[in-house]
Design a protein around this ligand. Structure first.
Ligand SMILES: [Fe+2]
Length: 335
């Protein structure tokens, strides 16, 4: 489905001071990132190890799940997995996740990480299922706690729903370093689409979630609760300061006018030169005006209510009620 919605009216606005580049830790970190990796756009970039990336594309939700591994050690991470969900029947299943498990086993990979770029509004995560079958630590950005606060209220969750991120094994802060086998990695906070979005840079590959899409399609929407087009613009520009050759792996693709194939990989160079929304020369005000106008035309994501209820729990379904059945709520006239 096409992610979309009309819910700009419940988008929470950030306090104005958070929009100052001097007070935004992401912006400060962006500068230091530039100086420690590629020290200037005209100089030769530092050589980064190159992990192997295999992508499984889920056409019902237009989601790209990436399995990235270090060829030397076979250590792997699974980024943004998808649980199959028939919303008409209320039935969950795992055929898509099982295909990932088959690939991981065939390649002899050891899963170290299950990385979520954010709490998705368009598909349910299969991370707990994959973790049970393959191991690995489930990780997301630390600001998932604010997402849990917002949606905990929307779904009128009781105190049994923890808003402290404890459903995850690791909460990444901006700039946190980790590794995939022998390949160094860093987590970057790239808010805007949601307040908690992260990008994971693993060697020369960056998994950037819902920020940039393919150059011919543009950018992610910024009208979800806690979303902010100004912050999205700044996050995108931080990603565009990565070395030109950095491979960018996207969370979604919806094709684009005049393109018949789905695509999910591009480069910093291509995005800088030709992204239809944020190519070089587009300033923040122009981007925000475009993004805000476009978001106002979009429909609600088909699976937003089931997705968020599950994903804010780290991909776990709500606890069964007294009859042993699990239920999802449908808040009326709220979104
Ligand atoms: Fe998203």
């Amino acid at each position: 489905m096409r992610t979309s919605s009309q819910h700009g009216r419940w988008a929470q606005k950030e306090p104005a001071h958070e929009r100052s580049s001097e007070s935004d830790p992401a912006q400060r970190r962006g500068r230091s990132l530039r100086t420690c990796g590629n020290s200037g756009r005209t100089s030769a970039p530092e050589r980064h190890p190159s992990p192997v990336v295999r992508t499984f594309f889920d056409e019902p939700t237009f989601t790209a799940t990436h399995i990235v591994h270090d060829p030397a050690t076979k250590a792997a991470a699974i980024v943004d997995s998808v649980m199959d969900f028939d919303e008409a029947a209320g039935r969950t299943s795992f055929e898509s996740a099982d295909r990932i498990i088959d690939y991981v086993k065939a390649e002899g990979l050891t899963v170290e990480w299950l990385l979520e770029t954010h709490a998705h509004a368009d598909h349910l995560s299969a991370a707990p299922y994959l973790q049970q079958k393959l191991g690995g630590a489930l990780a997301i950005g630390e600001d998932i706690r604010s997402v849990q606060e917002v949606f905990g209220k929307i779904f009128n969750e009781g105190t049994e729903f923890a808003r402290d991120g404890s459903q995850f094994d690791r909460l990444f802060a901006d700039g946190d370093k980790f590794s995939l086998g022998g390949i160094p990695a860093i987590a970057l906070h790239v808010p805007g689409h949601t307040p908690a979005d992260m990008a994971y840079v693993i060697g020369d590959a960056a998994f950037i979630g819902d920020t940039l899409f393919m150059p011919d399609y543009g950018t992610a929407r910024a009208d979800f609760p806690g979303g902010d087009a100004h912050r999205l613009f700044r996050s995108i520009h931080r990603l565009l300061e990565l070395p030109d050759e950095t491979r960018l792996f996207l969370c979604h693709d919806y094709k684009a006018p005049n393109r018949d194939e789905f695509a999910w990989e591009t480069t910093v160079r291509a995005e800088r030169s030709s992204n239809v929304h944020v190519h070089e020369g587009v300033d923040e005000d122009a981007f925000v005006a475009m993004r805000t106008a476009r978001d106002a035309t979009l429909d609600m994501p088909r699976l937003i209510l089931p997705s968020v209820q599950v994903n804010m729990r780290g991909g776990h379904l709500p606890e069964p009620e007294s009859n042993g059945t699990r239920y999802l709520k449908l808040p009326l006239n709220l979104l």
